[in-house]
Ligand binder design. Sequence first.
Ligand code: SME
Length: 163
Amino acid sequence: MSTFQQQLYRDLLSSALALLDRDAPPVSNMANISAFIRFSLPEINWAGFYLLNNGVLMLGPFCGQPACLRIPLGKGVCGTAAAKDQTVVVPDVHAFPGHIACDSASSSEIVIPLHMNGAVIGVLDIDSPVFSRFSDTEKEFFEEIAGALEATIAFDHLQYSLC
Ligand code: SME
């Protein structure tokens, strides 16, 4: 990665972190992060959150085409990332067994688990119309955003239902 690209990602990260407001409900921060990712990075057609509710991932704040409402743990890319508690990068969604197609434009995908007090509470899901869109650098970039978002989800924010 060139120095220019490294600086670009640092700037993008600063802009994303500047959007986070510790005094806002988690869904408000998630809504802004979704829109930021969708519109600030090239070749992204869907960015958003699925939040665990009674053991099922429910559609949360997002930016993109309407998407499926429920994803069982262990199913699809989102359910796999949540069940394994690890980031899943899929260079070609058509080659991922059990991939759930919400937007037919999607060709590659990355899903990052979100935590509170060490437990998975949902995922950040990002889709691209381009194959192999997500590099290790972008994986780190999105994981940093997810980590910063987690830090804003304080215990007192539980007054706002996550889902
Ligand atoms: N492709 C995801 C479903 C969500 S959409 O991409 C918005 C999956 O397989 O879990």
